[in-house]
Design a protein. Structure first.
Length: 678
């Protein structure tokens, strides 16, 4: 795992300048929101609303209620919500707990997203620079990773966007296997555990990376290549292989959909066909090499003897003491990660509902995987027409069910050029192996091209749904995050020798050219990709409710009733309505969670009037009275927009019948009712 000879030592001023550039470029997509930083959030009114709500709840639980913040007693009243089932960004909430006296929640969340873009790029720069020892190629790689389409598509989902802890873990675990010190094991375990507080998927990704890293280190192998002049003719064989690969890629992207439908219907895309095609290429390749090998070997050698003699891979097992030390330090890292993520592991092993909520959903493995054509579909407003041609399954009117997989044409060309040096540059092998492993998993259990699923060609991800822990990360397109990270590192590694050979003036030109290419292809220069911003100002009815409550924690029935999980919803509404809880601070009968046990829906379904409230149907007086009594409801807020006039009149007449009711607010949109339980 030795690197190339390092570049001249970079002064701290260079690193400071790189960090400054990364910080200034971080908010390039957020600039349209600067004038509305206190009222609007980047994203929609569904997924985005969960994360500022998480931040508020952490501060409210720790500073005001002084209770365990991992149990949200203000949602799904009276059951509450175990936030281990939810994408709970506890670290963000902890930061807000400290900064709440100085920043409003909306301003804090906007600044958090800005700093998250910067932290992702900074973590990537630390890793890439440590591996390559060249600052400016590392800067380009870090910038590309921090603004890649994969991460940019997560801008409305803070948990997915916050990938920096995973990158730090990859860095510290890599340092661990090189330096074999206890401090690096402790640090790696710390950051690995912290990934659980961003997004549990990233903990799974970190585990897979660690398996690849330790496996590579414990099974070292050498590759020796014959360099005799007689073998130069084998270059034609290499060109044949790479030409076939590039031709296959172009065919996959630009072949008409009808061709793929024909192949899918005839089941011609399978491992038998591909293996036969590969065998033919291999035989042709050996026809080119056979005569050259005979010249430097025994003329009487048989083809089989030549193949075995020329086989370049040699495995050198490490000493047992080295194996024991590395495994011991890895165990320390795992133990630290388990301690840091203790609330998650405790809930998983002790709470059957948590295990059920995070269990695999078979259809997700197929639905949320990457289309092969998506790697070539540019995520750029100027190339939208090309995108529609390459990714028709994303532009056919259905919701986007994946993650933008575009790797950048420039980066893909550099990667193909560098992959050809796999045998000559040992320092590339680990990163190419990791890149390939995550890339294959992201493709899903079956090959998918232009929206067509080839079930006749199963892929390794088919077995993930049967593996414990691994099966919880069922949205396989998420694996693109480490794919993009390793790609950026590989690109910096590949261009390093060329970069070091240039004069200082030409280096500046080269880096500027790479910057322009990356900026254009990833859509942050010259025309940043437009992001959606939503208004998160709290309606007046909830502000009046907060004044009436005077700090008392009551129970709110917010109509229409809405109960939302990532995989299922009951009722009507938007998640932004739960964000309003940050102002009125009342317990709510409905709620929102990324993953929710089915028993929660069954519980509410069996309560009086709930099913009718979910379906916007009028309720009977006795049903509403029973519901008020069962849940101890203190407040009812009704959004008139969701109800026809006749239905709204029916609701008003039923509300009048509730004992001790009083209207505390009404306008054209909302009706607010207070109920005196005494």
């Amino acid at each position: 795992m030795k690197n190339n000879p390092s570049a001249p030592h970079s002064p701290w001023r260079t690193h400071l300048l790189v960090c400054l550039f990364l910080l200034l470029l971080a908010p390039v997509h957020l600039m349209p929101n600067f004038s509305r930083i206190s009222t609007h959030l980047p994203g929609d009114v569904m997924d985005t609303a969960e994360y500022p709500l998480n931040e508020w709840w952490t501060a409210h639980a720790l500073r005001d209620l002084r209770i365990n913040p991992f149990n949200n007693t203000y949602m799904f009243h009276p059951l509450g919500l175990n936030l281990i089932q939810h994408t709970y960004t506890f670290l963000d909430g902890l930061f807000f707990t400290l900064l709440r006296p100085f920043l409003s929640l909306i301003v804090f969340h906007n600044l958090l997203i800005w700093l998250t873009f910067f932290a992702n790029a900074l973590a990537a720069y630390l890793l890439i620079y440590y591996v390559t020892q060249t600052p400016w190629p590392a800067f380009i790689g870090a910038l590309a990773f921090g603004h890649c389409p994969t991460l940019l598509s997560y801008y409305k989902t803070a948990a997915l966007l916050e990938v920096y802890n995973l990158v730090f873990f990859i860095f510290f675990s890599y340092v661990l296997v090189r330096k074999r010190r206890l401090i690096w094991a402790l640090t790696a375990g710390l950051f690995w555990g912290l990934t659980l507080y961003n997004y549990p998927y990233y903990f799974v990704f970190g585990g897979l990376w660690l398996v690849l890293l330790i496996g590579y280190q414990l099974c070292p192998w050498e590759i020796k290549i014959k360099t005799a002049p007689e073998l130069r003719m084998s270059l034609w064989a290499d060109r044949l292989i790479w030409g076939s690969l590039i031709g296959l890629i172009l065919f996959s992207v630009f072949a008409p959909r009808q061709v793929w439908e024909f192949l899918a219907g005839r089941h011609l895309i399978n491992w038998t066909t591909l293996s036969g095609f590969g065998l033919i290429l291999w035989m042709i390749w050996w026809l080119f090499k056979f005569q050259a090998l005979r010249k430097i070997s025994s003329p009487s050698s048989s083809p089989l003897a030549l193949i075995l003699t020329d086989f370049p891979v040699r495995w050198n097992p490490p000493p047992s003491r080295e194996v024991s030390l590395l495994l011991g330090l890895t165990g320390v890292a795992l133990g630290v990660a388990a301690l840091v993520g203790f609330p998650y592991f405790q809930a998983y092993f002790q709470d059957a509902a948590t295990r059920q909520a995070v269990s695999s959903n078979t259809i997700d493995f197929v639905l949320y995987s990457v289309d092969l054509a998506g790697f070539f579909a540019p995520f750029n407003a100027w190339l939208a027409g090309l995108y529609k041609i390459m990714a028709p399954d994303w532009t056919s009117g259905r919701p986007i069910v994946g993650t933008p997989a575009f790797l950048g044409y420039g980066f893909m060309v550099i990667l193909l050029w560098g992959a050809g040096k796999f045998f000559k540059r040992p320092e590339l092998r680990l990163w190419l192996m990791a890149f390939g492993a995550f890339l294959i998993i992201s493709l899903g259990p079956y090959l998918k091209i232009h929206g067509l699923i080839f079930e006749s060609l199963p892929l390794p991800a088919y077995f993930i749904r049967f593996l414990p822990v691994m099966e919880s990360a069922r949205t396989l397109s998420r694996y693109l995050v480490p794919v993009m990270l390793f790609l950026c590192l590989l690109v910096a590694f590949i261009v390093k020798p060329f970069f070091l050979k240039l004069s200082p003036r030409r280096r500046k030109i080269f880096i500027t050219g790479l910057f322009l290419v990356v900026g254009f292809e990833f859509g942050f220069f010259p025309n940043p990709l437009p992001l959606r911003f939503s208004d998160y100002r709290v309606p007046e009815v909830y502000q009046v409710l907060a004044q009436k409550a005077q700090g008392r924690s009551g129970v709110l029935l917010d109509l229409p009733l809405f109960t939302h999980s990532g995989s299922r919803s009951a009722g009507h509404g938007e998640t932004r309505r739960f964000y309003y809880q940050t102002v009125h601070q009342q317990k709510m009968i409905g709620g929102v969670s990324s993953k929710l046990d089915e028993k929660v829906f069954l519980y509410f379904q069996n309560q009086p009037a709930v099913s009718r409230l979910w379906s916007l149907q009028p309720v009977e007086k006795n049903e509403l009275a029973a519901l008020v009594q069962a849940f101890g409801i203190d407040w009812i807020v009704l959004d008139k927009r969701y109800y026809p006039p006749e239905t709204f009149k029916a609701y008003r007449s039923v509300l009048i019948s509730v004992p001790n009711w009083k209207t505390f607010y009404e306008d054209r949109r909302y009706l607010g009712v207070a109920i005196d339980q005494q």
